[in-house]
Design a protein around this ligand. Structure first.
Ligand code: ATP
Ligand code: MG
Length: 438
């Protein structure tokens, strides 16, 4: 922990006059819990993301509380609480429908001595002092404690100065900290994009070289972190960083790198931007839709180049099967794969505007997602806008009027499947694949 500011010594105490956090910005539930813990003779603070967000002028998502009381002691103080977690035992304390996580000061891993041979943390549950709890955290700005009683911010790692400089800086020796937990590198990207922080050069410089550490992280954890990136509302810029630092192969497996100046690139950018728009206006996003998009260029490429099957649906199904295989090697949960396949499959079904097919497609459980997907493909010119408009109108038609509508529209020539199945020049394809794979 080379720098003096990162040593576990007495904290810098920043008074209200300087930090200007209004005590009323702390959630009523967290305030009550802290007061009750004080009255029971324990220390207690707001910690982590909430203090950071308040100092940076953001509204905190939630308020975490940290204390010197053990989980059992916290449990005894609050009737409406329960102990959870195996790796970290902490307490969920409820105030009506509100819930606050209360954790006990933990010592860093050097003290708890529970790393595997690669330096990864196995167990991280040894209780410690407040200063030890500060230095086991990931970034200096995440290691600040707020005391609502004195209205002071306690700073053991120089995090307060970093909030003033909009700087995201890892605590301790960067490579060692990434070996202990490679997800910290993804957290750096997410937090810096979400909060507009610059990643400190020393924090950032090992990323490319250490990116492969992410391959050893359980896929469920990578997925959770990626979903946090999605929900941050900065997906488009975060994905750019993920690619720049070489984190994407741990996430997306052998998925080919998409060229910047390409229709595939335009399509993905559009999907990421639309996702950000939805999140930033308080709407939900569907992970299946998003992953259908991320892996779509692979399906589409295969679909276009299937050699032997002149029927476009057969070709599409084969492309979907191949892409599902590679998808199942990634961090995308298996439970999403059926929905993802449906969205892909509908891209073929929606090409057929003959007879009963359109009405059948409309009844498909994933029609809406398939149609939304087609619309995005239309925007980047992957399918004719006329096809998208046709479906936009067809949905509006009353069921009993559909037949005559179809008859009229079919006369206008909007019936033929547009997908062309091209023959793939075998040699050329092999070289293309070799040169564009990661
Ligand atoms: P968000 O606003 O997205 O919730 P956060 O910083 O609060 O951001 P959490 O995952 O809620 O993120 O973590 C709470 C706190 O726990 C962090 O602020 C940090 O102090 C600590 N922490 C989280 N993940 C790690 C990690 N991988 N290594 C060390 N400390 C961590
Ligand atoms: Mg948090």
């Amino acid at each position: 922990m080379g720098q003096p500011s990162e040593k576990a010594v007495g904290p810098l105490r920043i008074p209200f006059d300087e930090h200007r956090i209004d005590v009323n910005q702390i959630s009523a539930c967290a305030s009550r819990i802290i007061t009750t813990l004080h009255q029971s003779g324990y220390e207690a603070y707001v910690v982590g993301g909430a203090v950071r967000d308040l100092l940076l002028g953001f509204v905190p998502k939630d308020f975490d509380v940290v204390t010197d009381a053990t989980p059992e002691e916290v449990r005894r103080v609050f009737r409406n609480s329960r102990i959870i977690g195996r790796r970290f035992r902490l307490v969920h304390v409820y105030c009506g429908r509100d819930m606050v996580e209360v954790s006990t000061f933990r010592a860093p891993h050097e003290v708890s001595n529970s790393k595997d041979r690669k330096g990864r943390l196995l167990r991280d549950n040894t209780f410690g002092s407040i200063s030890e709890d500060a230095i086991r955290r990931d970034f200096t700005v995440n290691a600040l404690f707020y005391d609502p009683r004195s209205e002071e911010v306690l700073d053991f790692c120089g995090g307060y100065a970093d909030t003033q400089k909009n700087l995201l800086r890892i605590i301790g020796a960067p490579v060692q900290r990434y070996r202990e937990d490679p997800v910290r590198m993804l957290r750096a990207v997410r937090l810096s994009e979400k909060l507009g922080l610059t990643i400190d050069p020393k924090t950032r410089s090992p990323f490319k070289k250490q990116a492969r550490l992410l391959e050893g992280v359980p896929t469920a954890r990578l997925y959770d972190e990626f979903i946090k990136v999605v929900k941050s509302g900065s997906l488009a810029s975060a994905v750019e960083k993920i690619v720049t630092y070489g984190f994407q192969s741990a996430l997306f497996g052998k998925l080919e790198k998409i060229k910047e100046q390409s229709r595939e690139g335009d399509f993905l950018r559009l999907v990421y931007e639309k996702t950000d728009d939805r999140i930033n206006s308080g709407k939900s996003v569907s992970p299946a839709f998003l992953f259908a998009a991320v892996f779509w260029p692979e399906v589409d490429r295969k679909w276009n180049y299937v050699e032997s099957d002149p029927k476009y649906m057969g070709a599409l199904v084969r492309a979907i099967d191949e892409a599902s295989d590679s998808l199942s090697q990634t961090f995308v949960p298996k439970r999403l794969i059926a929905d993802i396949r449906d969205i892909w499959y509908l891209q073929g079904r929606l090409l057929n505007r003959r007879g009963k097919k359109p009405a059948q497609a409309l009844r498909h459980g994933k029609f809406r997602a398939g149609y939304d997907f087609l619309e995005l493909r239309g925007i980047v010119g992957e399918v004719p806008q006329e096809l998208v408009d046709w479906w936009t109108q067809f949905q509006e038609i009353e069921p009993e009027a559909r037949e005559s509508w179809l008859e009229h529209n079919n006369k206008l020539g909007a019936t033929e499947p547009k997908k062309r199945v091209r023959r793939r020049p075998r040699k050329k394809r092999n070289t293309t694949e070799a040169s564009s794979s990661q």
